[in-house]
Design a protein around this ligand. Structure first.
Ligand SMILES: Cc1cc2nc3c(=O)[nH]c(=O)nc-3n(C[C@H](O)[C@H](O)[C@H](O)COP(=O)(O)OP(=O)(O)OC[C@H]3O[C@@H](n4cnc5c(N)ncnc54)[C@H](O)[C@@H]3O)c2cc1C
Length: 396
């Protein structure tokens, strides 16, 4: 496994759980004991948790860790990985190098400009929050919203600047995302939409309309891209987003090379399009398929297909937001509850079947909805729109 994040660790663990007895080696660029990322923008950032190391006994499972070691290239024809500490031969290779945050052009290395992807990033940001600066967050996506939440909780003044006309513009339809814009003000943060950063000066972010927003620190959350630059020239197929192109079994274009987690896209049979998912659950579920296929190929068993209902959650502005499915091909959008209130859901249907669901403070909707999406159950839209009715009782 290359990459010792959630997907790499879970693949190693799944191999052992499924009875693999060969050598398992986990190679990771970061020097830290493998850790979980979601707490970085939540408890770890606020100093409520020291770290978020995975609770996995690698030694007991017979998983060899090679940390602080970066993979530099791969020669699939020779079944050899190139690392900073020399070549590593393999029978089967799993690419799990995740994603890396996109930097705002021209701000790399500028003091006071931060990203939030790694434990080191979170540790650098902790004292920044403790100083209760004026903080400017660039980007009102998932990470931007979670960071703004933590910064407000720490007592900082927070301005979020977003180039689009609403938060979460890349993730949710306008009619839904605009209902979340007010959450920023509720938490005492300022959200400035249609706001493009022209440059960052000491102590301020300058917008392209020449507004100067005071900034003791700047946190950039404008997205992440697959960490695959090291695969250039390997012959392994990369897609439009520079992600590894995997097939339905999570195999890459090279023999004996799999890819899983944030670094890879896969063809979704369920949704009829290729999906590139940058969420935790995908880095939990995908590895089980990879492990089954590695073991299956060795024993000649049929290959397992990866076709999940994607799922993620976010904790922002005192709200628990959960999403399951993929809404782009929906023909109907239905609301359950008042989006001005604390708890509501949105259901997306195609031909009366639930294909995606967003739940704000309604975890039961999410749990039931996820199962209904998986089963492809035909729903009764009239019953579905009644928030007092359990989702599972709204079937046709
Ligand atoms: C701050 C934060 C909060 C999040 N919160 C949520 C949340 O609330 N809900 C949710 O669903 N998802 C959340 N996510 C997303 C989730 O954490 C990711 O989807 C998940 O970590 C993906 O796992 P991965 O193993 O594919 O990639 P990663 O976790 O990125 O791990 C990849 C590892 O590979 C290493 N690597 C990269 N290149 C190389 C190389 N060339 N050689 C060796 N090693 C390499 C990296 O250093 C990294 O350690 C959050 C992410 C972040 C950053």
């Amino acid at each position: 496994m290359v990459g010792a994040g959630m997907a790499g660790v879970q693949t190693a663990v799944a191999l052992r759980e499924q009875g693999f007895t060969g050598t398992v080696t986990l190679i990771g660029a970061e020097p830290h004991q493998p850790y979980d990322r979601p707490p970085l923008s939540k408890a770890v950032l606020l100093g409520k948790a020291e770290g978020s190391a995975f609770d996995v006994d690698f030694e007991a499972l017979g998983i060899e860790l090679r940390l602080g070691r970066e993979a530099l290239g791969v020669r699939p024809g020779e079944h050899e990985l190139e690392t900073g500490a020399g070549p590593v031969p393999y029978d089967v290779l799993v690419l799990a190098t995740g994603a890396e945050p996109i930097m705002l052009p021209g701000t790399e290395g500028v003091p006071g400009v931060h990203l939030l992807r790694t434990l080191d990033d979170a540790e650098r940001l902790r004292p920044v929050l403790a100083r209760q600066h004026d903080i400017v967050v660039v980007g009102a996506g998932w990470i931007g919203a979670e960071f703004a939440t933590a910064a407000r909780e720490a007592g900082c003044t927070v301005t979020v600047v977003e180039a689009a006309d609403r938060p979460l513009a890349g993730a949710l339809p306008a009619e839904v995302a605009t209902r979340m814009a007010g959450w920023y003000a509720d938490a005492g943060a300022v959200l400035r939409t249609h706001a493009r950063v022209a440059r960052i000066e000491p102590g301020a972010v300058v917008l392209d309309d020449h507004t100067r927003v005071p900034a003791g620190a700047v946190v950039v959350g404008i997205g992440a891209r697959p960490a695959t630059a090291w695969l250039t020239g390997s012959g392994i197929e990369l897609g439009a987003h520079r992600e590894v192109v995997a097939d339905a079994h999570l195999r890459t274009s090279a023999p004996d090379v799999y890819a899983v987690g944030d670094c890879a896209s896969f063809p979704s049979g369920r949704y009829g399009e290729r999906l590139l998912v940058h969420h935790w659950d995908n880095a939990l579920q995908g590895p089980r398929t990879v492990a089954a296929n590695i073991i299956g190929e060795a024993t000649g068993e049929p290959s397992a297909v990866y076709d999940p209902v994607p799922y993620f959650w976010s904790e922002q502005f005192g709200r628990f937001v959960q999403y399951a499915g993929h809404h782009t091909s929906a023909d109907t959008t239905l609301w359950r509850g008042d989006p001005a209130g604390p708890a509501w859901s949105v259901c997306w249907l195609r031909e009366n079947r639930l294909i995606a669901l967003l739940a704000v403070g309604r975890p039961r909707d999410l749990a039931q909805g996820r199962r209904l999406i998986e089963a492809g159950t035909v729903m009764d839209p009239r019953l579905l729109a009644d928030p007092a009715k359990p989702l599972k009782a709204a079937t046709a």
